[in-house]
Design a protein around this ligand. Structure first.
Ligand code: PEP
Ligand code: MN
Length: 330
């Protein structure tokens, strides 16, 4: 079999190295490892070429949301859809606070099957009603191909949650829909694994992938997870896909949502996903991390101010008018 690849042969310390000069990153590694006399195959090219090449620096628009624009994109709403009244009240409140999309779980992945697992299809209908009333696009999680089908007309951005980041059939199926996909990093995933999961969606021809850092599991027990802002800053340098940060699951503590939201925008994230409830203590799920719409409004004001400072700083940094002194120069 000929693959038509160019190669170079290098003799080194009694071993023969064959370097493939063309991009073979999308070919299965076993094509090479099963050839006679091949001892080892080392991949030095990227395992996620589409992640590295998709999108452009100017940002991306998905479901009417402009990521990478002047303002951070804030997606807010309850952890779970609980009732029509709850969703309508919070949808209007988060819109007033400045959020540009409504989140709410219809199908909830819960660690225990005895916990509230969501209202399912009824929740989707409630979300669609909130969309009709407020005009906010809907972000909601799907855990299976059948839920993608059920949610197709009701959800504008399909969320694939941390527990399903490794569900490769689901990733492919979400890719085939061509709907925007918000992919959350699994709590134990390396950045490489996270980006390979995104590659599955992109490989189906769906370029609208939004990456979400939501905290990883560490030895720390005072917070629910450890929000990995290293990852947010690094991902911004690796890919042009939008990066958002979820300080709610990232900390698990309502009082930490504001400081970590600010830090996320300060380190370059394009947006935030924040769990918001009009009566946080009464939330059916994740009550400890829920904030009120008033607190959300304050956070949005603060992160917009941070984004403005960073933007003007960038403009000053790129200012080349001779003799002009940057306003903030010391
Ligand atoms: C959620 O967004 O409600 C959720 C379950 O998040 P994660 O998948 O990050 O745990
Ligand atoms: Mn939650």
């Amino acid at each position: 079999m000929s693959l038509g690849l160019r190669s170079e042969v290098v003799q080194s310390s009694g071993r023969t190295l064959i370097a493939i000069a063309d991009d073979a990153s999308t070919l299965p590694a076993h094509f090479f490892s099963q050839l006679d006399d091949v001892e080892k195959v080392i991949n030095i090219s990227s395992r996620y070429p589409l992640v590295l090449s998709t999108g452009d620096k100017q940002g991306m628009t998905a479901a009417g949301l402009k990521f990478g624009g002047e303002r951070p994109v804030v997606i807010a709403g309850p952890c779970s859809v609980e009732s029509t009244e709850q969703v309508m009240e919070v949808a209007h409140a988060v819109k007033k606070a400045g959020a540009c999309a409504l989140r709410g779980g219809a199908f909830k992945p819960r660690t225990s099957p005895y916990d509230f697992c969501g209202l399912g299809f009824d929740a989707l209908k409630i979300l669609a009603e909130a969309r009709r009333e407020t005009g906010l696009p809907i972000v909601s999680e799907v855990m299976s191909a059948s839920q993608i089908e059920l949610g197709f007309d009701y959800i504008d951005i399909l969320q694939i949650g941390a527990r399903n980041m490794y569900n490769y059939e689901l990733l492919r199926e979400a890719g085939r829909t061509k709907k925007p996909v918000l992919l959350k990093r699994a709590m134990s995933a390396t950045i490489d694994e996270f980006l390979q999961a995104a590659e599955y969606v992109l490989l189906e021809g769906n370029e609208q992938v939004i990456l979400c850092e939501r905290g990883i599991r560490t030895f720390e027990t005072k917070t629910r997870n450890t929000l990995d802002l290293n990852a947010a800053a690094l991902l911004k340098r690796m890919t042009n896909l939008p990066i958002i940060v979820d300080p709610s699951h990232g900390t698990g503590r309502s009082e930490l949502v504001q400081p970590l939201a600010q830090a996320a925008i300060a380190c370059g994230a394009d947006g935030l996903m924040i769990e918001t409830h009009c009566h946080p203590a009464k939330s059916f799920s994740d009550a400890e991390q829920a904030i009120t719409p008033e607190e959300l409004s304050h956070i949005i004001d603060r992160v917009r101010a941070i984004a403005r400072i960073l933007r003007s700083d960038d403009q000053i940094g790129s200012c080349t008018v001779s003799g002009a002194q940057p306003a903030f120069a010391s």
